[in-house]
Design a protein around this ligand. Structure first.
Ligand SMILES: [Cu+2]
Length: 404
């Protein structure tokens, strides 16, 4: 029934209509509240810095059975899912009970529970794991690696074993209808890429217990996001001057550029910018990018190769090999082992020369050893010109090399 109709009827009739609506909305549980919609940000968006947040805001959302939660992926391209179900609950309820030290080195039982949930992306080459990259709703059992049967999205009951949004595109929303019969309790969700590093909870309150309003919970999420942004800001300012986020650490080489940055004090977010954004070099000169986070350095991209996420004609979501694969030069290769006890080693792992023509891609650097080892990608420019480049993982991560 539309709001306009409510406004048109007399006050006494309206009371009756509203009471009727509440009964319809909450079933026969004797509940006093109408269904509400709550919003959770997946990742975050800082309007003054290009950043990714491996977090949900708010991290805990309080609801009643019958309510809806809209997950809104607002990040700049870091891949994420929203994945719930009893398999997720098993992992995360055990994980959160561990002391922080053991969370770094979890027991086998937890690793086994985690392994029942597919990863979004493969550890090496290959496509996105299809059961993770596409929506999947299983009442029971463990998902395989292949895409699940295409079922219409059911309401979330808390009892399904696997309830997965799939790889959410930027600005994509995933709406969770919480079934009216859902038992009060805590339901965990996490990202199938960032795993225990990106988690949240839906707390379904008993119908007699009030929950904060949707706007109050949204405001809490915004405050949580702003607090992380503030902690990351020194790293942003350093990066824009071409400086490492740790004071006193000097980046080697004649024309170093940081590809991404972060803060030792912030586990749940990273800066996705190139710094300095514009670099001037002579013809025959070189730039060395040091990569913090997973990034590419990609020149002359087109829509077919500028994004690592690709939707096939049948609607399934995949990795996009041209965006990830080295072109025109070598890629990351096997990362070297950190040497010695120096807290940070900057190591050039790939060298290439480019004439400035055609598509050129470093490929994705996964940089599995930071913070002790920061991989470098060195590119020598043979021709004069102004060359704009991007990262195919993160939208709006752009830079310019002026040669000559
Ligand atoms: Cu990037």
């Amino acid at each position: 029934m539309g709001r306009r109709l409510f406004q048109a009827v007399s006050k006494s009739v309206m009371v009756v209509l509203v009471a009727g609506a509440v009964l319809v909305a909450t079933g026969c549980g004797g509940s006093k509240h109408a269904a509400q919609t709550f919003n959770v940000l997946v990742d975050g968006h800082n309007t003054s810095a290009n950043e990714s947040f491996l977090a949900y805001f708010p991290s805990v959302v309080h609801v009643h059975a019958g309510d809806s939660v809209v997950f809104d992926q607002v990040g700049v391209g870091e891949p994420h899912t929203v994945t719930l179900g009893t398999l997720t609950d098993n992992v995360l309820s055990a994980f959160e009970k561990l002391p922080p030290k053991q969370q770094q080195n979890p027991p086998k039982s937890l690793l086994a529970a985690d392994a029942k949930l597919p990863s979004l992306l493969p550890r090496g080459p290959g496509d996105a794991i299809q059961s993770a990259a596409n929506p999947c709703y299983l009442d029971t059992g463990v998902p395989g690696k292949k895409q699940c049967a295409k079922n219409a999205q059911p309401a979330f009951t808390g009892k399904q074993s696997f309830y997965n949004s799939g790889w959410l595109d930027r600005n994509q929303k995933f709406t969770l209808q919480i079934a009216k019969g859902t038992a009060p309790g805590t339901y965990h969700f996490f990202c199938l890429l960032h795993r225990e590093g990106m988690t949240g909870k839906i707390v379904v309150a008993p119908s007699k217990t009030a929950v904060p309003s949707p706007s109050a919970q949204t405001a809490l999420g915004n405050r949580q996001l702003a607090s992380v942004e503030t902690k990351l800001q020194p790293a942003v300012l350093a990066l824009r001057k071409g400086r490492a986020p740790i004071p006193g650490v000097k980046i080697p080489g004649a024309h170093p550029v940081l590809a991404g940055s972060g803060s030792p004090a912030v586990q749940e977010a990273e800066v996705d910018e190139f710094g300095p954004k514009t670099v001037h070099i002579p013809v025959g000169g070189s730039v060395t990018w040091y990569l913090l986070g997973v990034h590419t350095i990609t020149f002359n991209s087109t829509p077919s190769n500028n994004d690592i996420r690709k939707v096939a004609p049948d609607g399934t979501v995949h990795l996009n090999p041209p965006a990830l694969t080295p072109a025109g030069g070598p890629g990351e290769g096997k990362p070297p082992k950190p040497k010695g006890k120096s807290p940070i080693n900057f190591v050039v792992v790939a060298n290439a020369t480019w004439n400035g023509k055609g598509f050129f891609n470093s490929g994705a650097f996964a940089n599995s050893n930071p913070p002790s080892l920061i991989e470098g990608y060195k590119l020598t420019f043979r021709g004069a010109g102004t060359y704009k480049y991007i990262c195919t993982v993160h939208d709006d991560m752009k830079g310019t090399i002026v040669v000559g």
